[in-house]
Design a protein around this ligand. Structure first.
Ligand SMILES: NC(=O)c1ccc[n+]([C@@H]2O[C@H](COP(=O)([O-])OP(=O)(O)OC[C@H]3O[C@@H](n4cnc5c(N)ncnc54)[C@H](OP(=O)(O)O)[C@@H]3O)[C@@H](O)[C@H]2O)c1
Length: 346
């Protein structure tokens, strides 16, 4: 028995230190104390996880918060909880299903009619490693929700963002983009065998490339856009992975995992930092690993791919470009959407 004491104590000590130090090691809190009274913020996927905590922190800082979620029951409950905890009455639940271009257009219309301004748009919602599901419009679910949905939403709100300038767009990407590849011949996984991990990585690479191209197109408008990897955060994101699906891993490994990674409350701080920090005024087109600017993977620096992705995405979601890449007039015109055949439009 005694021969186990040393290794078990050593493991306990290392594990204890890891738990105690994790908040420090994983990035800490947003250093800015900026308040945002009078500013309107949209957070997508705000009923749980990082999105909910981002909405809570920005409500605490005085913002008018619009939570865009697909499940209205969960959204209303989260909005009510945030109003109660922050004593900020201006926290609203609105329907937004990023797996439906119809829903995205309806949401954007509601915002244009109801809101005088949009100062901060946080493209937070995400789905990771789900089965080979398709969105309502026939896109791969991960590419459709994580990239195309936010691409369309952002474009539809650009005029509002420009009117409210200086304004900020924040795209929740992921470190996973480093192993992502964009397959322009088959972005929606129709020709090759579906690989759910690669589909997530592709969608997150698309988030970083979208940020790069949008920043170029918004030069001179006062609207900035940056991408962020929030760190590893204990949320529901892994709900389709084996860690959550197997009884053993969810009941035994899951709690260990949760102790070692950031809480959603801390996981929200990188988004809050990008949204409010004074030192990021005018900073655009960058990628942040938690709260430190980093160079993204080489494939995320490919301007040609970024431009091509923009053009393909515009066609897929039914937006037609009037401006050119790199100009300050990126105005988009909405064209009637054809019944969708994904491959024929590439
Ligand atoms: N957690 C991490 O370690 C981590 C690491 C890197 C990057 N990220 C990124 O951070 C973002 C937030 O993730 P999270 O960890 O907070 O995950 P989460 O707890 O699973 O929350 C994701 C949110 O997105 C919403 N969502 C999913 N599909 C949607 C759709 N079709 N329309 C509207 N909303 C939809 C979810 O709504 P429902 O509740 O209705 O499903 C939920 O509110 C994601 O973009 C993710 O890729 C997270």
């Amino acid at each position: 028995m005694s021969r186990y004491i040393l290794p078990v104590s050593a493991f306990g000590a290392v594990f204890g230190c890891a738990v105690l130090l994790k908040d420090h090691v994983t990035g800490g809190r947003c250093p800015s104390k900026a308040t945002i009274n009078g500013k309107t913020v949209i957070v997508t996927g705000a009923n749980t996880g990082i999105g909910k905590e981002t909405a809570r922190e920005l409500a605490r800082r005085g913002g008018r918060i619009i939570m865009g979620c697909r499940n209205m029951e969960k959204c209303e409950a989260a909005a009510k909880e945030i109003r109660g905890k922050t004593l900020n009455p201006h926290v609203y639940a609105r329907r937004l299903d990023l797996a439906s271009t119809k829903s995205i257009r309806e949401f954007a219309e509601t915002i244009k009619q109801e809101e005088q301004r949009v100062d901060i748009l946080i493209n937070n919602a995400g789905v990771m490693r789900c089965p080979a599901w398709k969105t309502e419009d026939g896109f791969d679910m991960q590419f459709g929700v994580n990239h195309l949905g936010h691409f369309l939403l952002t474009n539809l709100l650009l005029d509002k963002l420009k009117e409210s300038a200086p304004s900020r767009v924040i795209n929740l990407a992921s470190l996973a983009h480093i192993v992502g590849k964009l397959d322009f011949e088959d972005l929606n996984w129709e020709k090759k065998k579906f690989d759910t991990k690669q589909a997530y990585c592709q969608s997150k690479l698309a988030n970083v490339l979208f940020t790069r191209e949008l920043a170029k197109r918004l030069q001179g408008t006062g609207v900035t856009v940056n991408a962020v990897h929030p760190g590893v955060v204990a949320t529901e994101l892994g709900r389709y992975t084996s860690l959550h699906q197997s009884q053993f891993s969810s009941s035994v490994l899951g709690p260990f995992f949760s102790l070692l990674v950031k809480s959603p409350a801390l996981g929200a701080h990188p988004s809050v930092y990008l949204a409010v920090s004074e030192e990021l005024e005018g900073v655009t087109g960058r990628y942040y690993d938690v709260m430190t600017e980093k160079e993204p993977a080489p494939q995320a620096l490919d301007d040609e791919a970024a431009c091509r992705l923009w053009e393909v995405s515009s066609r897929l979601v039914g937006l037609e470009q009037k401006g050119q890449s790199g100009t300050s007039n990126p105005s988009v015109q909405i064209v009637p959407k054809k019944k969708h055949t994904v491959m024929s439009e590439l």
